[in-house]
Design a binder for this molecule. Structure first.
Ligand SMILES: [Zn+2]
Length: 156
């Protein structure tokens, strides 16, 4: 619970907790998971990432607020960046708070890659909560949920 509290505090400090996102709404993504669980757990699953600011610059696609988005994820920024590059099948570079991707990438595709990271490395598949962390067990890395205690193996 303490970690969860800190998580929400972080949301408030960043002033983005109430922001609504159209096609980037984690609420929607988490709905199915939440249908099967008690309300007190499900209410914890409500969180949102900042709306990605995506723009095309020449033959590149820029995610202007990459570091802001990743800060909310509480994950290693390079891990997130490499995952997105893989999903998009392109290369790119980091530039301060911005991330650059080669090619003109439709914003929906880029957002889908970000959501893909959340589903793969952050969201608990048992209760849908985002309050998870990695832990090592022997040679396996597990994603452990702070809200319900569930674990599942992840490939880093
Ligand atoms: Zn859980």
């Amino acid at each position: 619970m303490k970690a969860l509290h800190l998580f929400h505090q972080r949301l408030e400090e960043k002033g983005v907790s109430g922001r609504i996102m159209s096609d980037f709404d984690y609420e929607t993504l988490l709905n199915r998971a939440r249908d099967n669980i008690p309300e007190d757990i499900s209410s914890r699953a409500r969180w949102r990432l900042p709306e990605p600011q995506i723009m095309i610059e020449g033959s590149n696609t820029i995610l202007r607020n990459f570091t802001e988005v990743v800060a909310m994820m509480d994950r290693d920024d390079n891990h997130v960046y490499q995952y997105i590059l893989n999903e998009l099948g392109t290369s790119g570079s980091r530039d301060g708070p911005r991330a650059r991707f080669k090619g003109r990438i439709p914003p929906k595709r880029l957002k889908k890659a970000i959501v893909g990271y959340v589903n793969t490395y952050i969201k608990c598949i048992q209760c849908g909560a985002p309050d998870t962390h990695f832990m090592k067990e022997d040679r396996t890395t597990l994603l452990k949920c702070q809200a319900c205690g569930a674990t599942r193996p992840v490939k880093l």
